[in-house]
Write a protein that binds this ligand. Sequence first.
Ligand code: FRU
Length: 473
Amino acid sequence: MNALTRTWEKLISQHLQESEKTAKKRWRPEFHIAPPVGWLNDPNGLCQYKGLYHAFYQYSPFEAEGGLKFWAHCTSEDMLQWKFEGVALVPDETFDCHGVYSGSALVENGQISLYYTGNVKKTGEYDYIHTGRESNTVCTTSKDGMHFENKKLLMTNEDYPQDLTCHVRDPKVWKDKDRYYMVQGARTSEDKGVVLLFESEDGETWKYVNRLESEKTFGYMWECPDLFRLDGYTVLSISPQGVEAEGLKYNNVYQSVTTFLDGDIPEVTVKGNFRELDGGFDYYAPQSFETEDGRRIQIGWMGMPDADPYYTNTSLEDGWQHILTLPRELSVRNGILCQNPLKELKNWWNFFMPFENTYSGTPGKSFELEMSGISEQIHIVLAGGLELSWKEAEGIFRMEFTDKALGAGRTVRGRKIENITELRVIVDVSCAEVFINGGEDVFSTRFYPEGEGISVEIEAPGSRGQFCLHREN
Ligand code: FRU
């Protein structure tokens, strides 16, 4: 351990202890990952190791508005109750001194290997796009799943294709048969977002093999790529920057989309046909992993970079900002990538309140609302100012804030959905995630309800439903 590592660890633990004394509970979710203090962004290094789930995230402990990036670490037995394990990776080497950026985990041979981008911004007259920035690929390992050692610099910008800008990052690594693969997001000198595919025999020496790109430019940079096989499909997930809004589509500052690839790895090609993973306000930089029981789970950042001029998070008043989404189980049905809440959530609820057609009341601060038998319309109002609505005659589902303070600046998002038969809304203190028609369409948002419980008004003729709650015995 070098002196810088020691100093960081001391400063962070003092800061966390100090801020614990004044931490306020009011917007803290009960079963979503949230930072104890400071800023959270992308989920990183998701994995299951010796039965225990590990989730890391991009973390700025000292600045709730974002700053120098570390990796925070959480563990869980059920992906609902998470234990904060402190900060696992700190910027303490010349190759990662301006941020331990996003990356992924590989579990193999009794250890976890974390691959990430070491960010370096040189001091001087640079534009930080074509010059002035280093994007280093780094690996570090742990046998106990808690302490990561021996950071190794695997690649620098010299090892990437030479027609790229300095922006290359977010390695996602996996093993298939006897080979290791890695995808990284990149921005070309012509401002086109692409994904780079690398191959390796040992997980350390990497060779660039292929570039995944759409024929037509779809944004200037593709961040946080993920590539995996699911239900007979090869799925590419990317977070592009610079995509223009198109009617109801692409209304957030940046997007997160998936597409199915043609061909076999490494000779895969991108057809286009991108589909947004989430139609709400707060969803970016998702990452997936495979559980020991074979499920493909994806977790996203329930936040949005550079959303600040449009909307914000009231939790900033309490010195922290942003959370991760609920882990979502992925599957492909009817040619659509579906996302559903992790199955463990069913066991979390232990108290149920059924209703038919209409409801008016205050079920609690965290609950699931399940509805089926929906026919012509739905109108749900959460906390008096977040409306979820759909009319068959119009065929558009909307998530709309009628109370500006409740949404901290969020307005309206919508998506064409011809038919809605069933829906699940998961509310956890300051976030709502809506899963429609078996997870074909999903909407996520943060919101900031005042008071002790969240009121709910429902009008949905013909529907049946129930509220699911978790009550301590
Ligand atoms: C996505 C992202 C990544 C980068 C990280 C830095 O939100 O910009 O591309 O690695 O955040 O925190």
